[in-house]
Design a protein around this ligand. Structure first.
Ligand SMILES: [Zn+2]
Length: 551
């Protein structure tokens, strides 16, 4: 597709952005590229007209114009527009924190590492400094950096700079002191504290020794959390997201979400799932909810993750016959949380990755509603990840009305180790999107960022193509579990809306719906798969407000 960024003049862009929220009664018409509505009866339209944050018309351009003289127009200039995409599982503070860290990729010398650290320390005058990305291979100094190199720039507060491979870090003296690492500190199991000829720690920590400092770093301040959420939200809008389901949200984060929204600094709609210790907030949610920020429920954990063999499996790991994974929450505790959720009327969203973890959660959901199938279905409880499911349990999602909240990108990251962990037989129920949809389940798709990047184009690509970003997928990777493009779009639009009880208002582009629109430089419905992850978000409209434009 030939999409040019140049056609839309700066003056027009400035005018479009200046209005930001369309004024009461003002009309905005969007046209100039394929507009996919997500409505089966009329999947493509020429134009949308927006008034007061709502879509008031979807259809032919001349008709859009004839009813609205003087409407402001936004020309997509060939970009393709879709219902606004929502990330159904993200940790936005983590996304923002990652973007706030010192990025040292590409620094060419110890001197330039010091220069980057100096600049960053001026911009971020408080708290510990965490950075990542350096590698000394081609540096003129021909040595590792040391704590003295860092102390020369920042000495009063801890500095922790991870090597690009994540297997080593250099820290300053304040960080060593914070972690209690002295000349006599023994190497931890699986780690090494580098020392100079006199036996003093140099500041270089290898493998598990890096954890000594990481664990000692102070928790982020409230202001840092607020900044992280703000930056994360801006980054997300710039990638084309209009909304999120934020997982494991703390009470403090929930308050910041509300404050940011009220200050006009949250360019996303946010539905929050709280960490278990703040579950009471979910019971009180009615009074706390505002237009853009809703507390929906509680995020619980059943088991661990597949990569670290923490996911609870019915049979042993194929590559570790003595392990079946583990439950991170005792079943009785999980059930007590679920009872409270049912009584107070909020959603449960429970992390389950292994086939045993998923079965236990399905059983616990069923038992919590004492077999009242209609009440369970109406509650729209969710299982987060739902990665490995025993074939006989797959139809239970649809039958019970349990939402599968899945991350397409996990399938293309995990395809490099999941076959070894699970063996060929269990792969049939792994990341089994096709089977889940065919059995009537709703799949709401998300990224789990910052575990994955948090890019809607990567999630969409992974869902319909099921190959990694280099185009690789093993022959055992069940290509048949990929979904069609229209289904991938629904997994990122209508399904997340359904998962937060908003399907009557969001998730499609038709008259009466909230004006949530994501436009990209690639046509997700038609372009070659490999053109999609490298495309760009060119226009994001959330609730009628332009939150990102690169037109
Ligand atoms: Zn997560």
């Amino acid at each position: 597709m030939n999409f040019s960024r140049r056609g839309f003049g700066q003056a027009a862009l400035a005018a479009a952005l200046a209005g930001c929220r369309s004024r009461a009664g003002e009309s905005v018409i969007i046209h100039g590229g394929p507009i996919y509505t997500g409505v089966a009866a009329r999947p493509l339209v020429q134009a949308l007209r927006i008034e007061n944050g709502l879509i008031v018309f979807a259809g032919p351009l001349d008709e859009a114009r004839s009813n609205a003289r003087g409407a402001r127009e936004i020309d997509l200039n060939g970009a393709a527009a879709f219902p606004g995409l929502t990330d159904a599982h993200v940790h936005l503070a983590g996304v923002g924190m990652t973007s706030m860290r010192l990025d040292l990729t590409g620094v060419g010398s110890i001197a330039s590492l010091q220069e980057s650290l100096r600049a960053y320390s001026v911009e971020h005058p408080n708290g510990a400094i965490v950075g990542r990305g350096w590698i000394e291979t081609h540096w003129p100094e021909r040595r590792f950096p040391t704590r003295a190199d860092l102390d020369a720039v920042v000495s009063e507060r801890p500095v922790f700079l991870e090597r690009i491979d994540g297997h080593a870090a250099v820290v300053n003296s304040a960080a060593l002191a914070l972690a209690g690492i002295g000349d006599d500190t023994p190497d931890p199991a699986g780690g090494h504290i580098e020392r100079d000829a006199s036996g003093a720690a140099t500041g270089m920590l290898i493998d598990n020794a890096t954890g000594l400092v990481e664990r000692a770093l102070p928790a982020p301040t409230s202001q840092m959390v607020r900044d992280a959420l703000r930056r994360g939200a801006q980054l997300y809008a710039s990638r084309g997201w209009v909304g999120i389901c934020n997982m494991s949200t703390s009470g403090q984060e929930a308050a910041h979400f509300r404050d940011l929204a009220e200050a006009g600094e949250l360019p996303l709609r946010a539905d929050l799932y709280l960490q278990p210790q703040d579950a009471q907030l979910a019971a009180d949610a009615g009074e706390l909810n505002i237009a853009k920020v809703h507390i929906r429920g509680v995020k619980l954990y059943m088991d661990g993750a597949l990569g670290s063999r923490g996911a609870a499996l019915l049979a042993p790991y194929s590559d570790a016959p003595s392990s079946r994974g583990l439950l991170v929450t005792p079943l009785e505790e999980l059930r007590a949380h679920l009872r409270r959720a049912r009584e107070a009327g909020y959603q449960a969203a429970t992390h389950a990755i292994g086939d045993r973890g998923n079965r236990l959660v399905l059983d616990a959901y069923h038992d919590t509603f004492a077999g009242d199938a209609a009440a369970l279905r109406a509650a729209r409880w969710r299982i987060e990840h739902a990665q490995v499911i025993a074939p006989e349990d797959i139809p239970r999602f649809g039958a019970m009305g349990v939402i599968a909240s899945m991350q397409p990108s996990h399938a293309i990251s995990d395809l490099h180790f999941a076959p070894a962990r699970l063996g060929p037989d269990r792969l049939a129920g792994a990341y089994a999107w096709r089977a889940l949809l065919d059995s009537g389940a709703v799949i709401a798709a998300g990224s789990d960022a910052p575990v994955e990047k948090g890019d809607p184009l990567i999630e969409f690509y992974a869902a319909f193509h099921r190959h990694d970003l280099s185009g690789f997928a093993g022959s055992d990777w069940n290509a048949g579990q990929a979904v069609r493009r229209e289904e991938a779009l629904r997994m990122l639009t209508a399904a997340p809306a359904y998962s937060v009880f908003e399907e009557q208002r969001r998730g499609t582009l038709e008259a009466g719906r909230v004006a949530d629109i994501s436009a990209f430089s690639a046509d997700l419905m038609r372009d070659e798969p490999d053109a999609i992850p490298v495309a760009e978000a060119v226009l994001t409209v959330a609730g009628g407000v332009i939150t990102h434009s690169a037109l």
